[in-house]
Structures are given as C-alpha cells and as structure tokens.
Design a protein. Structure first.
Length: 468
C-alpha cells in the first residue's frame, strides 16, 4: 500500500524569508549610510568568501519586480524582508526620503504582485556611526533603535500587517562579541551578555512603540508585532550526568528560554540571570529596566530552525579570560551533517521545539520563519538544459515540513513556513559560497535568476499543502 502523504492545514501559509542587507545592493546609493557589513568589507575584503563583500546583495533593488512575480509564480503568497536602518534614517535620526520611497515602492509592488510582506526591523545590520558610539553596548544606541522603530511604524503603519523587531537577536552577541567570527571579532562572554541584554531592552521599547502607534491609529488595527529568533533545541548525551544537564540548562537558557520568556512573560529567566551573576557576569541593569522588559510581550513568534545544539559538561568552568564557560560541544556520533555549512540536519528538532512551546508557552502562536539548506559548488550539478539539480533541497524541506505537520497534529500552534532564501542571496562572510535558493542567481551573468529543479516540487507543495 502506498504510504500516506502528510498534509498541512489549509490556512497554513508558505512563503520565503530574505533580508535587506543580503539582497538589496546599492549599499551607498539613495542616501544609504554604511553599516558594519559595508565597513568590514572595506576594511578587509579577504574575510569574505571569494572577496565578495556586502555591496551587491543579489541585486534585488534592480530586480525586485521580476523577483516578486517569480515568488508568486512559484506558489508563494507572502515573504519577509527587512528595512535597513542605515537606509531609512540619516545620522541625525531623520527620515531619508529616498530610503523611505524605496520601501514604499517595494511594498506597493508586492501588494500588486499579490504578496503580503512581513517586515523585520533589524537583521544584524548595525549602522556604523552607531557602532562607533558603542553599538549594542550603549544605551544611547538602544534609544536610537527605539526611535527608528517609531519612525518605521508610523511611516509604513498603514501598509504593513506583520512586523518584527529583530531577526535572531542571539546571533550578534555570539558572532561579534563572543565567538570572534564577525567584525569586530571579540572574545568576551561578558560583553556578549551586555549586548544581549541591551537588545532585549531595545526589542521591548520597539514593542511599546508599536502598541502606542497602533493605539493612535498610525498602525493598522489588524497588525501584529513579533520577534524572530533562531531556536536550537538543546540535547546532550544518552545517560547524562547532572553536570551535562546543567550544561543543557544554561545553553538553552541563553539561546532559547531568554527570548521565549521575554516575549511571553516580559521578563528574563531568573535561573539564567542567577547563574550569570554567580559566574561573575555583570549585566548593566538600571532602575526601571524591569518595566521596560515587561512591555516586550509579542503577538506571535518566528522560529528560524536550521540545526540543534548538542552540549555536555564543560571541561573547564572558566574561559581564557576568567569568564564563565557553561558547556562544551558534544559531538553526537549519529549526526547527519550538511558538510557545506557544518550544520547538523535534524528535522526532529523542529518537532521538539513545537512540543516545548505547546508545553511551556501554550498560548504562543508561531511560524517557521527560516529553514533551508545551503550547498557549496551547486553550479556543478546541472541537467542538459543547464538547470541545477538539487534533490537534497527537496529532501531537506520535506523532512522539516513533515516534522511540522506532526507537531501541529500533536498540538503545536505553528501557523506557517518561510524557506530561507527562495532566490540565492549573499550570506554574510560566506558571501555566495553556500547556495540556499530554489532559484539560482548566476553571478557570471548579471545576477540572472534561474529556477532549480527543486522549484517544481516547492510549487506543488505550496499550492496543494500536501507534502509530496
Ligand atoms: C540565519 C540568518 O541565521 O541563517 C540569515 O537569519 C542567514 O541571515 C541564514 O543567511 C543562513 O545562514 P548563513 O550563515 O549560511 O547565511
């Protein structure tokens, strides 16, 4: 007997996510100011794969009309992008009319193409002039972000229904301040937590501004505000010790619970704050902060899911700077890897996330706001027509959608799915190394778009809601 295919609810939406800094290009045109990606590209292009810096994105500002049509043709009804802070405001915090005009035009063209736009306000794109005033380590920048959100809500409030304060607020603390991966490449656990704390305040001030603008009628009455984070369900060894479980508690506490508590309870998890304090990490808490954080409760959540985290008890409880170290990586012998990106492929993690929410945050509605697979040297696998042949992309998305379908059947309030990067785009310092798209971007042919083989499968699923 043929195996029963799983399905997704009829009102479950399927779309795609992208971001301003990874697609728009025109980095220094139309009054756009430098952000940290531009600065890093100028200071050290060798840090970027094949020396491709931030400047071009995937040429979206030139190609958006054809891209929107393509999205629709491939069966999608909505997509997410981000407004670039460095394009919308000038150095004095005033609206840049050319930047505002671009986003108005994009939203108008999207509506005309029949696509709802989900708008995110910050996607790792700190304006450089604000970084020079302290970046997320500074309260002044937290205030500047709050001002930026207020301008954006009021400027586009009648056009946009789905708003998000941040994409993956855990990533900048980790990549820029803790792991030394992204500019300015620091290794400082304490500064990373300061950044994380300040971003939490910034998020909460953004939500408060949204509520105020909505109450005044400057934002549509049916609009919703959310946050998007990359959640990494956290696992340890079989038969773990107490210390292994403790490593799970703190790892998940910092990466997952911190944000889930903030957006559902308007507070940060006390056990995590206590452990940080015991470890000597001082957060820059001021009187009145608890009231600010209390305003951070959102209407729904975006969950970016790529891979789980596996940890074990740390060999040493302090790092080389004397700061606390709560967990070591645990290499699971059975892990299936995407070798191009070095990320484990584990669809069950998405099911587990859904069950965790259903149990611990039962009122919370959410959607998969990013999920995808980036593959190196994809251009080498082509059929006779020159189409990229990418069965692994179908396998990846199918297995994750099946996990979502099972989670929904078991009580998860998951409302939709966005694939990361329908059309290949610029991936930070990896540039165009790993391709995510269902549509290829040919860098040797003026960023030309060409659907890959997998695009046919996507269209079938997006239009039928049956997981083929
Ligand atoms: C998410 C980000 O972390 O993953 C995207 O929101 C990013 O901006 C995507 O591009 C894929 O990761 P990467 O590093 O391979 O581009």
């Amino acid at each position: 007997m043929a195996e029963q295919k799983l399905a997704l609810p009829k009102d479950f939406f399927i779309g795609s996510a992208l971001s301003g800094p990874q697609t728009e290009g025109e980095w220094n045109k139309g009054g756009k100011l430098e952000n940290l990606w531009d600065t890093w590209s100028m200071e050290n292009l060798d840090d970027f794969y094949n020396r491709v810096g931030s400047y071009g994105g995937n040429d979206f500002m030139a190609k958006y009309k054809e891209d929107l049509v393509l999205m629709k043709e491939l069966g999608l009804d909505n997509y997410r992008t981000s407004i670039q802070w460095s394009r919308l405001l000038d150095e004095n915090g005033n609206l840049n009319p050319e930047g505002a005009a671009w986003y108005h035009e994009l939203f108008r063209a999207s509506a005309k193409a029949g696509l709802d736009v989900f708008v995110n306000l910050y996607h790792f794109d700190m304006p450089t002039y604000l970084f020079r005033r302290g970046g997320w380590e500074s309260r002044e920048v937290v205030e500047a972000y709050a001002h930026y959100t207020d301008v954006a809500f009021r400027e586009f409030g009648s056009e946009i229904k789905y708003w998000f304060t941040f994409n993956e607020p855990i990533v900048e603390p980790e990549q820029r301040y803790q792991e030394g991966v992204w500019y300015p490449k620091l290794h400082d656990y304490g500064r990373a937590r300061t950044v994380q704390y300040h971003i939490s305040l910034a998020h909460s001030l953004g939500v408060a501004n949204f509520r105020a603008a909505q109450a005044e009628g400057a934002v549509r009455a049916d609009a919703k505000i959310g946050m998007i984070n990359c959640f990494t369900p956290t696992y340890t060894k079989e038969n773990p010790s107490e210390a292994d479980l403790e490593a799970v508690r703190m790892t998940s506490g910092i990466n997952n619970r911190w944000w889930l508590d903030l957006i559902t309870k308007g507070a940060l998890p006390q056990d995590v704050l206590d452990s940080l304090k015991e470890g000597g990490v001082r957060l820059p808490v001021r009187a009145g902060d608890a009231e600010i954080l209390a305003q951070g409760v959102v209407d729904w959540l975006g969950c970016n899911y790529y891979h789980p985290t596996r940890v074990q008890a740390p060999a040493s409880k302090v790092d080389q700077y004397g700061l606390p170290h709560f967990a070591d990586e645990y290499v699971w012998p059975d892990a299936v890897m995407n070798e191009s990106r070095g990320w484990e492929i584990y669809p069950e993690g998405l099911y587990d996330f859904g069950m965790d929410c259903a149990k611990n945050y039962p009122e919370l509605e959410w959607f998969v706001s990013e999920n995808g697979i980036g593959i190196m040297d994809e251009y080498k696998n082509r059929d006779e027509q020159g189409r990229v042949i990418d069965p692994y992309r179908v396998d990846f998305v199918r297995s994750h959608l099946e996990a979502v379908s099972r989670a929904i059947a078991d009580g998860a309030k998951c409302r939709g799915y966005h694939y990361w990067g329908l059309i290949d785009n610029w991936s930070w310092s990896n540039a165009f190394k790993n391709r995510y798209g269902f549509v290829e971007v040919d860098l040797m042919d003026g960023y030309k778009r060409r659907p890959k083989q997998s695009a046919e499968w996507l269209t079938k699923v997006a239009t039928s809601h049956v997981i083929e």
